[in-house]
Structure formats: structure tokens, C-alpha cells
Design a binder for this molecule. Sequence first.
Ligand SMILES: Cc1ncc(COP(=O)(O)O)c(C=O)c1O
Length: 328
Amino acid sequence: MGVASETIALTESVTVGCNIPLWGLDWQPGDRILLSDCEHQGIVATVQEISRRFGVAVDVFPLLTPTGSALIDPLQAIEAHLQPRTRLLIVSHILWNTGQVLPLTEIVQLCHQRPAPVWVLVDAAQSVGMLPLDLVASGVDFYAFTGHKWCCGPAGLGGYYGRADRRDRVAPTYIGWRGVTVDHQGQPTGWEADNRRYEVATSDYALMPGLRAALGIHDQWGNAEARYQRISALSRYLWSALQALPQVRCLMPHPPASGLISFQVLAAGEPSAQHHGRLAADLEAAGILVRTLRYPSCVRACVHYFTTETELNHLVEAIRNWAIVHGI
Ligand SMILES: Cc1ncc(COP(=O)(O)O)c(C=O)c1O
């Protein structure tokens, strides 16, 4: 990730990592938070509660078109929705529904160049383990991630990156022995100097060797850039094959620059949530795991660098046959 370990706090999940700055900043009535219309429900719910408790206004900018499919320029959309009192922008680095990769460095520049700089909190659920990252170079303020998705580690271990020069502005909210220093009588004297101040107490330490082992296996297959290039090539391959099916429309109008490929099954030209649910269940019964998403209603496939072309052909054939069997 290109950061010093002092700027990391270990957490259980992306959501816990997002909660650290969200609750730690000193919100004032009238402050504003801007977030995209593609953020995860756990983050949206946290923002709503902050809004209720502290009188913070929430603005939402679109990344989905009204049809829920095509692409909007994220920089233009953000710029159009930033307001003088906006203090924080929340975006996912990779959108979990469409697979779109957002231009992180440019977004951070845009926000930091405002007369009252806007800080940027990133939901990195889908980007850590998928994209080669240099967070210091990006300038991002806060970046919350997990080890259990694209890193293929055990569930329950993730992390929070927060810039060192933002630390004094993000007060710890949950507090415990791991985050404090103590005197000779064992009484707390202050915070840990680094981001361990946001770690609280006993965690499931046994998860760490599991995550280390997973990362070690990835490193046997080239570096992060090589793995990402392989993901992109496989993603292009799958996107093109799916687009060629008459009953299928991919959400992205071009191959996504990520391993998330979402598509809709069209019945009489319209996407059908019922078909999506049935297709996902039937594929699972055949040993192919995809998932459905509610909005935009779609099916999402994930390709990692170790996915094979044979597996992708198998998926496409299974969808083609399924559509024929169901008369679509
Ligand atoms: C974009 C996004 N954000 C947040 C989450 C929640 O992740 P976690 O359970 O690690 O908090 C997910 C995963 O489901 C996700 O895809």
C-alpha cells in the first residue's frame, strides 16, 4: 500500500475502519458530508446517524445514470456537489456494483485544493488486494480495507490507514488498553503515538498468520502490478464474451478496469431481478459462484488473477444454456 506501518491500525473490517474517522472528527452543526450513490449500506447508515446526532448535512452525488447502468465522470460529479461547508468526501476506490475504478489521486487533489480543504475517506473493500497502491502518493486522508476479500485472507481482520498529519484531528472513539500508554502504576497517560491508538483491546490474533500466508502466496505470482494486469485481461475477456450474448447487458459500457463484472439478464429488453436470483441459484448448483445485487439489479462475477479462461468460458456457456432453457 506504500505506507508506513505507523499509519495503520488493525481492525476487524472495512466498516470498522470507516467508523474511525467518521466518529473521530469533531463535527459541527452545518458541516456537510458528500458521498456517492454507490456506497455500501453500512457506511451510509453510519453517516445517517452522524447526521442525526451532530446536525451534519449529507449530500449524495451520482455515479449511476437513471437507468442504473452507464458511466458518469466522477470528477465532474464531485465538483458539482462540493459545497463551502463540505468537510468530508466518502467514495469507494472501486465501486462494488459496477466495478468502476475511481481516479483516486485526482479526486484527492480536487478536494484538497478547495478553499476549505475537503478530506477524503475511501472504502477500500474492493481495491486492496486488487489494485497496485501507493497511498502516500495519492494524498488520500483515510483508507479503510479488509484482508478477507481480494487478499483472500481470513474474515475478521482488516485495517485503517490514516495520514499521520490527520491523527490529532481524529480522536479515538472506542478506547482500550491497546491504544493507550500507561505509567508505572498501569494508569493511562495518553494515546499511543501512532495509529495503534485506534486499536482497542483483545482481538483474534490467530487471524494474522492466516492473512500473512495468503499474502505470501500472492507474492509467489509476480508483483501487485502483474497481478492487476492479469485481472484486467481476464476481466476484458469475460466482459466481451458476456456482451456477445444477446440476452445479457453488462453494467459498464466498456470492460471495467477491475475484476468485478456485473451484468443484467434481459427479458423483453428489461433487466429482471427474478431472473438474476434464479440464474445465480442455478449457477451455484452447478458449482459457479456469482452474486446478485439489488441496485442496480444485476448479477456480479469476480475474476482474480488465478481465475482461468476455461472457468470463464464455462460461466459464459452456462449462462447461454440457462437462457435457452428458460426461453429468454
Ligand atoms: C464496498 C464495500 N464496502 C464495505 C463492505 C463491508 O465490508 P466489511 O464487512 O469488511 O466491513 C463491503 C463488503 O461486503 C463492500 O463491498
